[in-house]
Design a protein around this ligand. Structure first.
Ligand code: ZN
Length: 284
C-alpha cells in the first residue's frame, strides 16, 4: 500500500485491482519469489476470479514491474524520497506539511499564516505551538471529544466557564477572557481593531495593519505570544487548579515578548522592560 515504486502508491494507480485482491497487506517480498536467481512476481493468486477491469489493470501492473525486483543481497536502508538526492532536508518536509492529508494544498491564507508563525522571532517550542494552533492540532476540549478521549456535552465546554465549546477560535479569539486580553493588547499596541473569528485571519489582520512599518516576524511574534500566554493560563487552570486572571495573562504577554524579542540575537530589540511596557511600537 505504501509508495515503493514510482511517485504514487500502486493502490491508487490500480484501484480496482487493489479492491479485488485478497493479499492487500502483503509486503513486497511476499508478492513474488526467487527462481534460480530470477525474481518472479506473483501479485495475484487467482487471476480468473478478477473482473475484466481488474485484469486490465493487472496487465498494466505487470508491464510496470518488468525489470523491477528486490535486491538479493545487501542491507535494507532508509532513503529520503522527497527530493532527488536521497538526503534529508527540512525544507522538503516543510513543503510536505503544507499539504493536507488528502494531498491537496491547504488554503492560501493558512499557508500565509503558517509562514508568519514559522518565521517569527520566537523559540522553536512556541513556533511549534503556533503551527499546531493554525493547523487546529492543539488538544482543545473539542478536539479531545472528537478523538473520543473525553465525553461530549459539558466536558467540552470552555475552561473559562462560558458555556461554549472550547475550540481554537473560541479559546484564542471570541471567549470573554480572550476578548479581555486582546482589548488591552490592542491598546498597548495602539491598534483600533477587534479580534476576528478565525485564528489565521486574525493573525494576518494584525500583520496587514502593522507590516508597512513593522517586521511581520516581530508582529507575528506578539500575536503568537498572546495565544501562547492564553494557552498556558488555560493549562494552569486545567492541571493546577489555577484561577483565571486576565491581568496575569497580559503581564506574561509583555514579559515573554520582551524577553524573546530582546534576547533573540538576530532580532535586536534594544530596550528595557519598562520601555517595552510603555510603548512597544517604538522598538518593534
Ligand atoms: Zn470561553
Amino acid at each position: 500500500m505504501a509508495r515503493w515504486h514510482g511517485r504514487y502508491a500502486l493502490q491508487d494507480v490500480f484501484p480496482v485491482l487493489f479492491s479485488e485482491i485478497v493479499n492487500k497487506h502483503h509486503s513486497v517480498l511476499e508478492m513474488g519469489r526467487w527462481e534460480q536467481l530470477r525474481w518472479q512476481w506473483n501479485v495475484v493468486e487467482d487471476e480468473i476470479a478478477l473482473s475484466q477491469v481488474a485484469r486490465e489493470e493487472l496487465l498494466e501492473l505487470k508491464q510496470l514491474l518488468v525489470g523491477v525486483e528486490p535486491k538479493l543481497s545487501g542491507e535494507d536502508s532508509w532513503v529520503w524520497s522527497l527530493n532527488g538526492t536521497g538526503t534529508f532536508k527540512v525544507k522538503d518536509y516543510y513543503n510536505l506539511l503544507m499539504r493536507n492529508p488528502a494531498g491537496g494544498l491547504m488554503e492560501q491564507r493558512k499557508i500565509e499564516a503558517l509562514d508568519v508563525v514559522w518565521n517569527s522571532w520566537l523559540p522553536s517550542k512556541v513556533r511549534i505551538f503556533g503551527w499546531r494552533l493554525i493547523k487546529d492540532g492543539l488538544p482543545t476540549r473539542e478536539q479531545l471529544v472528537k478523538r473520543g478521549i473525553i465525553a461530549g456535552n459539558e466536558d467540552s465546554f470552555c475552561v473559562f466557564g462560558c458555556q461554549c465549546q472550547e475550540n481554537i477560535n473560541h479559546l484564542f479569539l471570541s471567549c470573554q477572557v480572550a476578548v479581555g486580553v486582546w482589548e488591552k493588547i490592542y491598546l498597548w499596541l495602539e491598534l483600533d481593531i477587534h479580534p476576528l473569528v478565525e485564528c489565521s485571519e486574525d493573525l494576518l489582520q494584525m500583520i496587514d495593519i502593522l507590516h508597512r512599518v513593522r517586521s511581520p516576524r516581530r508582529v507575528g511574534a506578539i500575536w503568537l505570544t498572546v495565544c501562547w500566554s492564553i494557552w498556558r493560563h488555560r493549562n494552569d487552570i486545567v492541571f493546577n487548579n489555577g484561577v483565571c486572571n486576565i491581568a496575569e495573562i497580559i503581564y506574561n504577554v509583555k514579559m515573554y515578548s520582551w524577553w524573546w524579542l530582546a534576547i533573540g540575537n538576530k532580532c535586536k530589540v534594544t530596550c528595557n522592560f519598562y520601555e517595552w511596557n510603555q510603548c512597544p511600537l517604538l522598538y518593534l
